[in-house]
Design a protein around this ligand. Structure first.
Ligand code: SAM
Ligand code: SF4
Length: 334
């Protein structure tokens, strides 16, 4: 079977699967405060349909899966999907990205179903600020989720921290010290303009060069992380000297990593996205029931995958070469 290689020679081994566009939070960088319309539950791909898509993807060389959302843990019985996906020949690793709110009570059962590890979104260690960024929910529940993930053995645990100018930049050193003291992998992420009002993004976008400046100002010595924690993808990884955990920088805007892109995305209603940023999508629905049609669809995704996104060009005020997606991040999965 021909593997998934695109026009730029990039081999694709990684599929991110969104299982819902719904969420129990409403983070200010991800969705608008009001007016977010969620899709009817009947439009979601069922778990057997997702498994069918993954079977073909695995035959074509996809070996790593990430379950995401919206918030994936609001979809009932997620462990049943994980059991089905884990049984597919060729699937070597399944991870989950979650806001952590519902992880506490579910971590052990997800691990038992075959989940390998989790990324937990955590942008602040301050309970009041949490309410400002996430607009809902409770920081304490997220921290319980981190603890439960550690106890369940869902390691290495990564904490995704989107940096926002004037909002949480003063916590960079706190997060760095957390990575020094605990076996946690903090990944600072640049705020991306996905389906976004441009003005809000420009106001709060912060380049990640700021992290290394803050470390230096605090007198922290930064070393390369050596062997990167599993599934590090586009993250540049470091360690505060003597630290038990690591920290990573994911900087799609200031310095994109598209030349190494190995990922495809499947939305909750079944659209295959070759690139996070652009509007192009291919619905898998017409191909359900035919592995031949599904294979052709994946190969088509390779044929139309663009060379790179243009978030940096947008920041510089330059024209875009074609149309960015109108979806919000919660409708793609990050
Ligand atoms: N609800 C889950 C969560 O928050 O982890 C999974 C879905 S969320 C869309 C996936 C990741 O995308 C999260 O780590 C979140 O912080 C990140 N994200 C959302 N909007 C973003 C944006 N505009 N720029 C950068 N990262 C973003
Ligand atoms: Fe929900 Fe995750 Fe988006 Fe926050 S980042 S609103 S938790 S989907």
């Amino acid at each position: 079977m021909s593997p998934l290689i695109d026009r730029f020679g990039r081999k694709h081994t990684y599929l991110r699967i969104s299982v819902t566009d719904r969420c129990n939070l409403s983070c200010l960088y991800c969705m608008p405060e009001e007016g977010m319309k969620f899709m009817d539950q009947g439009r979601l791909l069922t778990y057997p349909q997702i498994a069918e898509v993954v079977r073909t993807a695995a035959e074509l060389g996809i070996s790593k899966l990430r379950i995401t959302g919206g918030e994936p843990l609001v979809r009932p019985d997620l462990e049943e999907l994980i059991v089905q996906l884990k049984a597919i020949p060729g699937i070597q690793e399944i991870s989950l990205t979650t806001n952590g709110i519902l992880l506490g009570p579910q971590a052990a059962k997800l691990k038992a179903a075959g989940l390998d590890r989790v990324n937990i979104s955590l942008d602040t260690l301050d309970a009041t600020r949490f309410k400002f960024i996430a607009r809902r929910g409770d920081l304490g529940k997220v921290l319980e989720g981190v603890q439960a993930a550690a106890e369940a053995g869902l390691a290495p645990i990564k904490l995704n921290c989107v940096l926002l100018k004037g909002v949480n930049e003063d916590e960079i050193v706190r997060f760095l010290r957390l990575s020094q003291e605990q076996p946690l992998h903090v990944r600072f992420i640049e705020y991306m303009p996905i389906g976004h009002d441009d003005a809000g993004w420009r106001e709060r976008y912060l380049p990640l060069s700021r992290v290394l400046e803050e470390a230096a100002n605090a007198g922290l010595t930064v070393d390369p992380a050596g062997e990167a924690p599993a599934g590090s993808g586009p993250s540049e990884n470091f360690r505060i000297r003597g630290g038990v955990g690591t920290f990573g920088l994911i900087h799609p805007v200031s310095n994109h990593f598209c030349s190494n892109c190995n990922r495809l995305r499947l939305t909750a209603e079944g659209d295959l996205k070759p690139c996070l940023y652009w509007v192009d999508e291919l619905s898998v629905r017409p191909a359900l029931g035919s592995s031949e049609a599904m294979r052709a669809l994946f190969l088509r995704a390779m044929a139309i995958k663009p060379e790179n996104h243009e978030m940096g060009a947008l920041l510089a005020g330059e024209a875009q070469s074609h149309l960015p997606t109108g979806r919000r991040m919660s409708q793609i999965g990050g």
